[in-house]
Design a protein around this ligand. Structure first.
Ligand SMILES: *[C@@H]1O[C@H](CO)[C@@H](O)[C@H](O)[C@H]1NC(C)=O
Ligand SMILES: *[C@@H]1O[C@H](CO)[C@@H](O)[C@H](O)[C@H]1NC(C)=O
Length: 370
């Protein structure tokens, strides 16, 4: 048995080599399916798959119990498991998209994750402790150059790959949260509308930068109902079970302005294709009707301390006391501002097959295939 199996597998091996010598001639690059669609990820902790592990910052989650449910080790994701882009990659038949700063990440052809926990569109937001959006763009610039070297042999070349790629962008939450948690002269010296203009203005600059580098298909996440997050209820509302209107208003203003900007960019930039994720509606729906989605707890985080477990003490890295729930899959929030693996899956499902209530004009499944 074994004797007859071995030569036949050897034969297959030689056939593969022989065929490859024909096909791969002049193209010794990694073979990819013809309509391969890479995924590039920009943003903050909702999307950061571990970039902050490689910078000096307090905004890290590379310690237990982060990662306990899915990976069984702390990857640097702010969740007990996977993040929204991890699920989107899975639905798009892609592997996990690796953090740009991970030194073992050399294969960019499936895409790259540039997101950084704590980051905002404004350089002032947690300055010095994050990879701000502009810097994320500068990293994408470098990746584009690598693409031109290694992707050149593929169908249509690097340019076609970059224009077929999907660009996921989630930014803004920290620009609106930070001024309420630390002193922000920038926020204090502007009206809410002016401040939102600065955030969207800087985001627009980065969108144009990605476009200039060949990006065409974008999915933008709006800002969620930050005023209702456990962090805000604990720290700003001192335990009251309400939503903090001032931040909610900023989030709504941001989302309205972002959507208008996208309509304008679509007219201005040829071939620009976008879809807009109504994060506010999606998260309010999960918050208000957890049971409808198989969750038991929409308000209290799984891991942390204080009212609604809204204090950032999960993991107790600085010796703080904290509580940890038994079953994260029953919670919407894993910690004070971040979702559980289960919630991220529900969220991603609502976008992949989404309707106009959650994402418009295309759901993500369509965006990957247009
Ligand atoms: C904010 O500024 C005020 C005075 O301008 C100061 O008293 C306070 O300590 C500052 N708070 C933080 C968190 O830096
Ligand atoms: C970007 O933000 C900075 C503050 O960080 C501001 O001075 C600048 O005007 C903004 N740019 C745009 C295009 O709005």
């Amino acid at each position: 048995m074994a004797a007859s199996k071995f030569p036949s597998s050897l034969l297959v091996y030689f056939i593969v080599i022989a065929v490859c010598m024909q096909i791969c001639k002049g193209n010794p690059k990694i073979p990819l399916p013809k309509l391969h669609v890479p995924l590039f990820i920009f943003g903050d902790s909702l999307f950061d798959a571990g970039n902050n592990n490689y910078i000096n910052t307090p905004f890290q989650s590379n310690f237990w119990p982060y990662g306990e449910t899915f990976f069984n080790f702390p990857t640097g994701r702010f969740s007990d498991g996977r993040l929204i882009p991890d699920f989107i990659a899975k639905y798009a038949n892609l592997p996990f998209i690796h953090p740009y700063l991970n030194p073992t990440n050399k294969n960019y052809l499936h895409g790259v994750n540039f997101a950084s926990a704590g980051a905002g569109a404004l350089v002032e937001t947690q300055q010095g402790f994050v990879i701000d959006l502009k810097t994320q763009l500068s990293y994408f610039n470098k990746v584009r150059k690598v693409f031109e070297e290694v992707g050149g042999g593929h169908e249509g070349g690097a340019k076609a790959l970059l224009s077929r790629a999907v660009y996921l962008i989630n930014i803004g939450s920290n620009d609106y949260l930070a001024p309420f948690l630390t002193n922000s002269t920038l926020f204090q010296s502007h009206s809410p509308q002016q401040y939102v203009d600065l955030v969207i203005g800087n985001l627009t600059t980065v969108i144009k930068g990605i476009y200039k580098n060949g990006g065409r298909k974008f999915a933008f996440f709006g800002v969620g109902p930050l005023g209702c997050f456990p962090l805000v209820k604990a720290v700003i509302l001192q335990g009251k079970d309400e939503c903090f209107d001032e931040i909610t208003e900023l989030a709504k203003l941001h989302n309205k302005h972002l959507y208008k900007t996208l309509l304008r960019l679509e007219k201005k930039l040829e071939g620009f294709v976008y879809t807009y994720v109504d994060s506010f509606t999606v998260v309010i729906e999960l918050l208000n009707n957890p049971a409808k989605y198989g969750l038991k707890e929409g308000k209290v985080a799984c891991c942390g301390s204080g009212p609604f477990r809204g204090y950032f003490s999960c993991g107790g890295r600085n010796g703080e006391e904290y509580k940890l729930c038994n079953n994260p899959s029953q919670h919407l929030f894993f910690d004070a501002t971040h979702f559980t693996d289960k919630a991220n899956q529900l969220y991603a499902e609502l976008l992949w097959n989404g309707n106009l209530q959650t994402i418009k004009p295309y759901n993500l499944k369509t965006l990957f295939h247009v």
